[in-house]
Ligand binder design. Structure first.
Ligand SMILES: [Fe+2]
Ligand SMILES: [Fe+2]
Length: 175
């Protein structure tokens, strides 16, 4: 399997979480439900999006891309690293607003995070991954794919599946 397809699959799951996060605005009239839901989403974004997904990009794919074309280091790859670090700050900001029971502000920041993450995913899908496919041959792609699987195993495949199941549970709150 192509490593890029694995990242795109993860993007699709992250996009499901983004949809739920935007819909959380509907829960604002029930503070407890709102806070619990957004806390679950924070766990998902920190673990699935950051630990499992960004980890593969930052530790494996991006460094391999820079090795193949060092011009990328100051260009689009740099931008992607910057975005990931902005996302971590935004998530902490959302959590701070929750801790202060400032739900309106937390939802506004969550929506800002969602838009930024959607833009980031679009740039990766349309540009970064296309560059990656052009840089590596099938053999190199396969090696990257197996390194992706290894890193998921190190962090824990079960944990990754649990996060997906949890997301489906949260989704049921909105039907
Ligand atoms: Fe990324
Ligand atoms: Fe990504």
């Amino acid at each position: 399997m192509n490593p890029v397809n694995l990242l795109i699959e993860e993007h699709n799951i992250i996009k499901e979480a983004i949809e739920i996060a935007k819909n959380s605005r509907k829960l604002l009239n029930d503070s407890e439900k709102y806070e619990n839901t957004v806390r679950e989403l924070i766990v998902f974004f920190r673990n699935y999006a950051d630990n499992y997904h960004h980890h593969k990009e930052e530790q494996i794919l991006f460094p391999e891309m820079v090795k193949a074309n060092e011009m990328l280091e100051q260009g689009i790859v740099f931008e992607m690293f910057e975005n990931h670090s902005d996302f971590r700050e935004l998530i902490s900001g959302i959590e701070n607003f929750l801790n202060n029971k400032n739900y309106e502000k937390s939802q506004n920041l969550l929506e800002q995070y969602c838009e930024a993450l959607l833009d980031h995913i679009a740039v990766e899908d349309d540009e970064v991954f296309e560059i990656a496919k052009s840089l590596f041959d099938d053999n190199e792609l396969e090696k990257i794919y197996f390194r992706f699987l290894d890193t998921d195993s190190e962090i824990g495949v079960e944990g990754k599946d649990e996060l997906k199941l949890k997301l489906n549970e949260i989704k049921k709150l909105f039907v």
